[in-house]
Design a protein around this ligand. Structure first.
Ligand SMILES: [Zn+2]
Length: 506
């Protein structure tokens, strides 16, 4: 048995003017061949897949293809997209005869001239391995699942959880699905596009109540049924202005077309009926900061519009400007992606005072710039291992970083974008994030997993940015119409499309 595994991972935000380039992938850590197997052991989806495959009774020969990860950011440049597909296709072409291929993908990568990167990758891999070789891909639940992706893969396996605390487990589930197909399962996928885009704020699958925890339970229940290989609801990355934008439901069964279609229709109908419950309660900047100041204990303000986990630029100062108006007994912590400020701080050294411009440099669409005098309090490297939302033993390196002090506010500035919500980032900067008065999490929902047991209050703030919570108030030029919540739609009736690869395996 010879299997090949690889990963392409990025979530694209087309509202962010900062393009994603090859350098972004290379700085996060490109791996090829045997290095994929060695370095990804225990890490994220590929780690989960490798751990699962190790439990199989018969020995498996594994080949690493390539791992191409970049932190969520703006549209992928055309040449970077060409390089990505070239890397994957070359790695597949070099393989000796292979019995199955497993790819860990995000599912919402968009490039200049190619709005469905994963569709192009899966289609090209299928062409190279032939119709008879099983191809399974794992996806984020914020994937934009397209018919091209479904047609090319035997099965797609999605995260069940948001915050994404099941990244590793999803890799294991994908490997188990591949094993079942190798053992003779005949995958049939029912696919239903749902014409809505849902904000992530209320999509917390770990919440005590709400639509999302119910959907998570339904999906897990479905996957325990012997005839079902995989079930997923992809509520899509909202900030993609592309023609196919929308949510999707997939159910993959072992040859059971009726069950696949019925369950897919049921989930799509249920998602549609509960769409209003996803609309978040947002609080404006001024009352949010005032409430934080009046609340004893830690208050976390979610600046979703600048969420680096949603592909925003990470240099918004809309909240910072208001936070600077107050004194904070135990301090306020705000992050910025600001390579030029880090470089200036490194040049000046600890203790240096500098007059600086903050914000609006990366996000020059929705951002603003403020000026102020900062003291360089600390220089450090933003290097840590991320566990929890998005990561399982995931190495993070946001490069040289600096703590810039403005009164009782500490600005944690990094060279590169990354998880600008993670307590590990604030800890690397020398702070106890759970003991601050105020912390700005540049994350719409994922931050809840780690802060909910520490925070006295958490608010979702309405601010301008590339990943706004109220995205339907922003102009999208290329999205399909009608699409809820931009437009109301009265007559959606799911009718799943069936895709079968069984004929290729007989
Ligand atoms: Zn996601």
């Amino acid at each position: 048995m010879h299997l090949a595994i690889g990963q392409i991972w990025q979530e694209t935000n087309t509202l962010n003017p900062v393009a994603t380039t090859r350098a972004d992938f290379e700085s996060m850590g490109v791996l090829r061949g045997a290095d994929v197997l060695r370095e990804m052991r225990g890490v994220n989806e590929l780690g989960g897949a490798l751990a699962e495959i190790e439990t199989w009774p018969n020995p498996v020969q594994l080949s690493g293809l390539v791992r191409l990860p970049a932190w969520p950011s703006g549209l992928i440049s055309r040449e970077t997209c060409d390089w990505i597909v070239g890397e994957v296709f070359t790695a597949v072409e070099r393989l000796d005869a292979v019995d199955g291929v497993l790819l860990a993908l995000h599912g919402a990568m968009a490039a200049d001239g190619c709005p469905d990167v994963e569709g192009a990758v899966l289609t090209g891999v299928r062409e190279r391995i032939g119709e008879g070789v099983p191809l399974v891909a794992s996806l984020d639940l914020h994937a934009l699942v397209t018919p091209a992706m479904v047609a090319a893969a035997d099965a797609l396996v999605l995260y069940h959880c948001a915050p994404h605390i099941d990244v590793f487990e999803t890799g294991g589930r994908a490997a188990r699905v591949l094993r079942r197909i190798l053992a003779g399962a005949q995958p049939v996928t029912a696919y239903q596009r749902v014409p809505c885009v849902l904000p992530p704020e209320n999509a917390d699958t770990q919440a005590e109540e709400g639509a999302s925890p119910g959907f998570k339970r339904s999906l897990i229940d479905l996957e325990t049924a012997p005839s079902i290989l995989s079930a997923g609801i992809a509520t899509v990355q909202p900030w993609m202005d592309i023609p196919d934008l929308g949510s999707a439901v997939i159910v993959v069964t072992d040859g059971d077309e009726a069950t696949a279609a019925d369950e897919c229709r049921r989930l799509a109908d249920s998602l549609w009926r509960q769409r209003e419950s996803y609309l978040p309660e947002l609080i404006d900047i001024e009352p949010a900061v005032r409430a934080a100041h009046q609340t004893p204990g830690l208050v976390v303000l979610s600046d979703a519009a600048d969420a680096t986990t949603s592909g925003a630029a990470g240099d918004s100062v809309w909240l910072l400007e208001e936070i600077l108006k107050y004194d904070w007994d135990r301090g306020a912590l705000v992050t910025l992606v600001a390579p030029e400020l880090v470089a200036a701080a490194q040049c000046g050294g600890c203790g240096a005072e500098m007059d600086v411009e903050l914000g609006g440099r990366r996000d020059n669409r929705f951002g603003k710039t403020i000026t102020g005098r900062v003291t360089v309090e600390r220089l450090f490297e933003s290097q840590f291992v991320l566990n929890g939302h998005i990561g399982k033993n995931m190495p993070i390196d946001m490069g040289g970083s600096a703590v810039l002090r403005m009164g009782t506010v500490a600005i944690v500035a990094t060279t590169l974008s990354g998880p600008h919500f993670a307590p590990e980032l604030f800890q690397a900067a020398g702070f106890d994030p759970f003991n601050a008065d105020l912390l700005v999490a540049k994350s719409p929902c994922g931050f809840r997993a780690v802060y909910q047991n520490h925070a006295a209050a958490m608010y979702s703030v309405r601010a301008p940015g590339c990943a706004p919570s109220d995205f339907w108030n922003y102009q999208f030029q290329q999205r399909p119409q009608p699409l809820w919540p931009w437009e109301s739609i009265d007559d959606f009736a799911p009718a799943p499309q069936l895709f079968s690869r069984a004929r290729h395996l007989s």
